[in-house]
Design a protein around this ligand. Structure first.
Ligand SMILES: *Cc1c(COP(=O)(O)O)cnc(C)c1O
Length: 214
């Protein structure tokens, strides 16, 4: 794992065009010993894509490590928002009004400030989560009106397309909105994402090794 961490950090230093880049270690479905190892190597920023799995795994560590930062990457259902707001520091998958409203009201109720990324469906894929590019400006304004702390945009390019196009589009949209942060790039394409301005790369298998499929 140390080799993988070194390789990714070297790429960050060599290729980044943003001032600061956070490596979000995507720990979903990884065995507990991989988490222990990553913590021992000093990693503190972790990404998960399911609220229940993340809660079971991280609740105890949160009391042990006060510098832990947990990021929710996967789609959020409204009945999980309360747990998500309690557990996570950052949510990368804000993509529809109902969820934005629920996050805003839970933040108020729990007196917690969550950093949010709006997930953009840059590939116009029907089945994919994310707000359509054409609706992004209106949705962003709605999020601001709700009092959400929107810090940037996130995308997940279609598997069969050149990711650079999607990253460049996301960067353009963030710039138009005056947003500083770009959550883009995974194991297969984080180098491209770094060149195009990523501030948060979300890396799972290239860091921990392949994960069990379910
Ligand atoms: C699983 C996942 C990742 C990490 O994927 P790898 O290919 O293992 O790096 C990144 N982002 C999201 C939204 C994911 O669900």
């Amino acid at each position: 794992m140390q080799d993988n961490i070194d390789r990714i950090n070297t790429a960050i230093n060599r290729l980044k065009t943003a001032d600061d880049v956070a490596l979000v270690a995507v720990s979903k479905r990884q065995p507990p010993e991989h988490i222990e190892q990553a913590l021992a190597f000093g990693l503190r920023i972790f990404g998960e894509n399911q609220v229940q799995e993340a809660k079971a795994r991280w609740a105890d560590y949160q009391t042990q490590y006060n510098d832990l930062e947990l990021h929710l990457l996967g789609p959020l259902q409204s009945n999980k928002v309360s747990d998500a707001v309690a557990l996570f520091d950052v949510i990368h998958s804000v993509d529809r009004l109902k969820i934005a409203e629920k996050i805003a009201s839970e933040c108020q109720k729990q007196q917690k400030k969550i950093q949010c990324f709006i997930q953009v469906n840059t590939g116009l894929e029907d089945q994919k989560s994310g707000i359509d590019v054409a609706r992004l400006n209106d949705f962003y304004q709605q999020c601001i009106d709700l009092g959400l702390h929107v810090i940037g945009l996130m995308c997940l390019p279609p598997l069969d397309e050149e990711p650079a196009f999607h990253f460049a589009l996301l960067r353009k949209k963030a710039k138009e909105l005056g947003l500083q942060n770009l959550s883009m790039g995974m194991s297969s394409d984080y180098e491209t994402a770094l060149r195009l301005g990523a501030t948060h790369i979300r890396v799972g298998s290239a860091l921990f090794g392949a994960r069990p499929s379910q």
